[in-house]
Write a protein that binds this ligand. Structure first.
Ligand code: B12
Length: 214
């Protein structure tokens, strides 16, 4: 990792908000890849999360970390959009939301944004989405892909319930379900019955490309 990259990760992890924003702005102004800058923010979030687990940090730090990431994201996103060459043709429909009981949406928002600039028509139905709402939206919007996001362990049960409800409503056929969020891995994928999981927004885009092109 380069020096300025380390500094950015550290500034976020140490809650030095102004310094973090200044560093991120300077890196982007120098032409650093905005996707890389978001990746560094994610690394910093892992440190914050671990300190929270060890009770070195508390809720205010989690909130501030979330705000820092959103502020940096707001500067990075238009640059990513510029690089992608602006609005592309809509390739297919993707419905996405954070499952019930879970309020984390920063990761989901990045996925929504990346799918959008890569040419998908994305409907983001927000956070803490009840199972019945997912079913209703799948019926109405008829997406080829449904994305379930969740960061809490308890979200895995919500994801499983949501997948089962979509299936029980007879809406699983002909569409794919992907899941993602902090701790999600293959074991969680198997538990929830989803078709695949994606570790980051780029993986979410490749899954949709793969499925919708097929
Ligand atoms: C910021 C944050 C918050 C913020 C959220 C702000 C917001 N608007 O989202 C606030 C302060 C609100 C918050 C609250 C809580 N949080 Co919190 N939070 C975090 C933190 C530090 C970062 C999460 C984040 O945004 N990461 C950044 C993004 C970019 O992460 P990412 O995983 O790289 O995202 C990518 C992938 O996940 C993927 N992806 C995401 N969604 C999807 C969907 C699909 C379909 C696909 C394919 C891919 C995909 O693509 C993303 C982009 O590349 C994490 C720690 C951590 N390391 O994750 C804890 C963490 C998730 N929180 C935690 C906890 C415990 C809580 C609280 C319960 C705390 C409390 N006592 O109140 C509450 C829960 C509230 C609720 N009901 O949801 C725990 C969860 C533990 C667990 N196993 O359940 C964590 C892990 C911290 C910890 N280590 O203890 N939190």
């Amino acid at each position: 990792m380069k020096d300025d990259e380390k500094q950015l990760v550290e500034a976020i992890a140490e809650m030095r908000e102004e310094e973090a924003l200044g560093l991120a702005k300077a890196m982007l102004a120098r032409g650093e890849d905005p996707v890389r800058v978001l990746e560094l923010c994610r690394e910093a979030m892992d440190i914050v999360g671990k300190r929270f687990e060890r009770q070195e940090y508390f809720l205010p730090e989690l909130v501030l970390a979330g705000e820092m990431l959103e502020n940096i994201g707001a500067i990075a996103k238009p640059l990513i959009q510029e690089r992608s060459g602006g609005e592309a043709k809509k390739l297919g429909r993707v419905l996405i939301g954070t499952v019930h009981g879970d309020l984390h949406d920063i990761g989901k928002n990045i996925v929504t944004f990346m799918l959008d600039i890569n040419g998908f028509e994305v409907r983001d139905i927000g956070i803490d989405v009840p199972v019945a709402k997912f079913v209703e939206e799948v019926r109405g919007f008829a997406p080829q892909v449904v994305g379930l996001s969740g960061f809490l362990t308890l979200a895995f049960d919500s994801m499983k319930e949501t997948v089962q409800a979509i299936e029980a409503a007879g809406l699983r056929e002909g569409r794919k379900i992907m899941i993602g969020g902090g701790q999600v891995d293959e074991a969680v994928r198997a538990y929830t019955g989803a078709d695949a999981f994606g570790g980051n927004a780029v993986a979410a885009v490749s899954l949709c490309r793969q499925w919708i092109a097929a």
